[in-house]
Design a protein around this ligand. Structure first.
Ligand SMILES: *Cc1c(COP(=O)(O)O)cnc(C)c1O
Length: 320
């Protein structure tokens, strides 16, 4: 297993220059005063497809050979990776097949179809999405673009934190939403190269803390049916590649509850005028709840995405 490194993140960053948005970094005076810290939000909810995953998807497609592009790509995803691969495939004029849970938010499914991909649905509780995707690889010669267990995907995801640190300078701590660990792994490569003293934390939902358990145990722990409103972070387990990078570089993994995610989502809507999906709130919720003491620190937070079904968003905004 060859792990990606910071050189790979730099190469991805050059490839993405004219294709991904350089997303804004925002601050909230209210939050800074409340915490006695300076918090920089990297707003990947403004990225193309509404989440950072475009970075990894595009970088993976960019590295395919002409023969691979002609046979097409297949991906499995609860939503944002699906849209990322679908849009990247459209830009490279490559056919894409996306394996999606039947329970995925309607907005994510509609967007994926809108980019011209073929959607194949499965039942998250009884079927194995990896096996379904593998069938397209075996029978049709498609290339699988996994959501996180892939060096090019990880390198692409790392470009968001590269931009953040280059823009705002050194940070004392950085909080990154954590599902399968692609985003955290890429972020760790960028932070370790540009800002080695920055402590980088992954943030998981309480109901799906497999990475936290994996670090404690020293081996990958699998949780079969994780439950939380952070639907983009319900991956059952890290991959060997993301586990290795997280073990090597992360300062730790912390968790937040659904109620804490909802409170962060409401803060973004009411105070910062930002639409952030529940999974996108993971890093922010850990900071707002001061899971780690932050007084006097410069703190980075990755807002990972903003794709939320409008009906669900309305309910979350109205939750007390
Ligand atoms: C996929 C996703 C995550 C988790 O990323 P991993 O690379 O799987 O850890 C977090 N937030 C959003 C919005 C996502 O789409």
């Amino acid at each position: 297993m060859k792990l990606p490194n910071y050189e790979d993140v730099m190469r991805a960053s050059h490839r993405l220059v004219n294709y991904a948005h350089h997303t804004p970094v925002l601050q909230s005076q209210t939050l800074n005063e409340r915490l006695g810290a300076q918090v920089f939000f990297k707003c990947e909810n403004f990225q193309r497809i509404g989440a950072f995953k475009f970075r990894g998807g595009y970088n993976a497609l960019a590295n395919l050979t002409e023969a691979q592009r002609q046979r097409g790509v297949v991906a499995f995803s609860s939503g944002n990776h699906a849209q990322a691969v679908a849009l990247a495939a459209k830009l490279f004029q490559v056919p894409a097949t996306i394996v999606m849970p039947r329970s995925a938010p309607a907005a994510k499914k509609a967007a994926t179809l809108g980019y011209g991909a073929t959607v194949v649905e499965y039942d998250r509780l009884t079927e194995d999405r990896e096996r379904i995707a593998q069938r397209f690889v075996d029978e049709q010669g498609m290339t699988l673009i996994p959501p996180f267990a892939h060096a090019d995907v990880i390198a692409g995801q790392g470009t968001a934190v590269k931009e953040l640190i280059e823009e705002v300078g050194g940070l004392d701590a950085l909080f990154v939403p954590l599902g399968g660990g692609g985003l955290l792994s890429g972020s760790l490569l960028a932070a370790n190269a540009l800002n080695p003293s920055c402590k980088v934390y992954g943030v998981e939902p309480e109901g799906g803390n497999d990475a936290q358990q994996s670090l404690a145990k020293g081996e990958i722990v699998r949780l079969d049916c994780p439950q939380a409103i952070a639907d983009g972070a319900l991956t059952p387990a890290l991959a060997p590649m993301t586990f290795a990078l997280i073990q090597q570089y992360a300062a730790g993994v912390v968790t937040v509850s659904d109620a804490e995610l909802i409170s962060a989502l409401q803060f973004f809507a009411s105070r910062m005028k930002l639409v952030v999906e529940p999974t996108g709130c993971l890093g922010a919720a850990a900071v707002m709840q001061e899971r780690i003491p932050l007084k006097g620190m410069r703190v980075g937070v990755l807002i990972s995405g903003g794709n939320v079904d409008l009906a669900q968003y309305g309910q979350l905004l109205a939750t007390r």
